[in-house]
Structures are given as structure tokens and as C-alpha cells.
Design a protein around this ligand. Structure first.
Ligand code: GLP
Length: 248
């Protein structure tokens, strides 16, 4: 389940190849997408591959995991903006093909319900890409989130706000809430790839390796998934048992 490769670039090459092959095999794929620093080199590599060897993308559909509450799509730290910049604009994906929760919605319960229904109407997710928070969150499903949740609004933990402070001017600007796909929708994806790079993730990756399935470590639920790959670089593998620390 754990695949260790030497560097973040090697992670990007491998994961972008897997996504590319997925789209090639199924042009009408429904992709679940993630944001965060870990995804940037992956999306850059995917864009480069698709520029070198184009595939038809008109039938592709995407759903992102999450969005901050209170940020408009035009806010440079919104996940709408991130996705537009790193993937949707370079690939020329139409607005009708891509989906993210609306962080500026008036009624969050209605927005969450509608997002869940859209995922279901698309036939569920074929391939879900995930990063991992330093506290083990996936999407923004923070520790303690029940595993039987669909898309919902969540209060971000102090740890997550601290981790994401680096993207904002100051602490007061970091949103306190987010809308996130739930564990149910993530677990229903037919294939899941969780990615982690860098020393910053070594501790949570080691915890994930040893942990049983536990709501206090949301990513641990993936141990029950039938088609999961955890793809990490050697820095993120540094605290795993010795035989797993180096690229195979
Ligand atoms: C955010 C996102 C997650 C992401 C995590 C890790 O909180 N909601 O989907 O996996 O951060 O981000 P990074 O890749 O920047 O470490």
C-alpha cells in the first residue's frame, strides 16, 4: 500500500502518470481533486504531459474536495483560484466540467446537500487524489469527524489554521470554517491515491502506518479502501520502519 519514491518530483511524475493513464483509459472519468502545496508539482507534471501528448478532455468531470467558507472564487487563497491557476485554465476545462463547493454560499446545508447530489448524479468518483494534513485530515475532515458523513461544513482546528497560515498575510485572515466532501464520498471513490511529501509529513505518515482505523486520524479510514495507493517521498517516509524508508 505504501509506495516510496526518492523525491517530490518523482512523486509528481508517478502520480501524474497514473492520472494521465486513467483519463486515457476513460475519457469520461470523474476525478476527485485536492489542493495544497503537495499537489502543485503533480498538477504541473500533468499539465506538461497533456501538452506533450494531448488527450480529449471534453468529457472529463472533476469535483474538488473542499473550499474555505467566506472566500469568493476570486480570492487568491480560495481553492477555486488555486485550481483555476494550476489545472483548469492550463487544461482549458470548461466551468461546466469542474465543481468545487461554494464557500460564499448563503445556506451551507443546502450547498452541501447539492454538492453531494452532484457527485452522486455524476456516478460517484472514479479516482480521488488526496493530500494529508499534519493532523491526519483528508479534505478538511478534521480528527473526530464521523466516518459516516457526506459533504458538510466543518470548523477548522487550530493546527490546520496554523499550517495554512503560510498562504495568508496574517492569522486573522485564515478562514475558520470550510465545506468539505465527507468520508463517505471519499471512501466511495473507486480508486484513491493519497500523496505526501517532505519531512513535515513524516510524523503523520508514521502514525498512519501504525494506526488502526480511528476517527481521531481521519486518513486511517482509507485502510478499509479496496483500491488505495499511498505515494510518498523519502522525506515523508523517514519515520516508517527501516525497510520502508527508501525508494524500492
Ligand atoms: C489542506 C487541504 C487538504 C490538503 C492538506 C495538505 O488543509 N484541505 O486537502 O491535503 O491541506 O496540504 P499541503 O499539501 O499544503 O501540505
Amino acid at each position: 500500500m505504501f509506495l516510496v519514491v526518492p523525491t517530490p518530483q518523482a512523486v509528481a511524475d508517478l502520480v501524474s502518470t497514473l492520472v494521465y493513464q486513467h483519463i486515457k483509459a476513460k475519457p469520461a472519468a470523474v476525478l476527485g481533486l485536492a489542493t495544497g502545496g503537495t499537489m502543485e508539482p503533480i498538477y504541473a507534471a500533468l499539465v506538461a504531459k497533456l501538452q506533450q501528448q494531448p488527450l480529449p478532455l471534453e468529457k472529463l468531470t472533476t469535483f474538488n474536495l473542499d473550499e474555505y467558507v467566506g472566500l469568493s472564487a476570486a480570492h487568491p487563497q480560495s481553492y477555486h483560484y488555486f485550481m483555476q491557476q494550476h489545472l483548469f485554465a492550463p487544461l482549458g476545462l470548461a466551468p461546466s466540467q469542474v465543481h468545487l463547493p461554494d464557500g460564499n454560499c448563503r445556506n451551507s446545508a443546502e450547498e452541501c446537500q447539492a454538492y453531494s447530489e452532484q457527485i452522486a448524479a455524476a456516478g460517484g468518483l472514479d479516482l480521488q487524489l488526496l493530500g494529508i494534513g499534519s493532523n491526519g485530515h483528508i479534505g478538511f475532515n478534521e480528527p473526530g469527524t464521523p466516518f459516516d458523513c457526506n459533504t458538510h461544513e466543518i470548523e477548522l482546528t487550530a493546527q490546520t489554521r496554523q499550517d495554512n497560515l503560510r498562504f495568508f498575510a496574517d492569522a486573522a485572515e485564515v478562514p475558520t470554517h470550510a465545506i468539505t466532501m465527507g468520508i463517505c464520498e471519499i471512501m466511495a471513490a473507486r480508486e484513491v491515491i493519497l500523496v505526501a511529501t517532505g519531512q513535515r509529513k513524516a510524523d503523520i505518515i508514521a502514525q498512519l502506518y501504525t494506526s488502526g482505523v480511528d476517527e481521531q486520524l481521519p486518513a486511517s479510514v482509507l485502510k478499509q479502501h479496496r483500491n488505495l495507493k499511498v505515494i510518498i517521498d523519502e522525506d515523508a517516509a523517514a519515520l516508517l520502519p527501516t525497510h520502508l524508508q527508501q525508494a524500492g
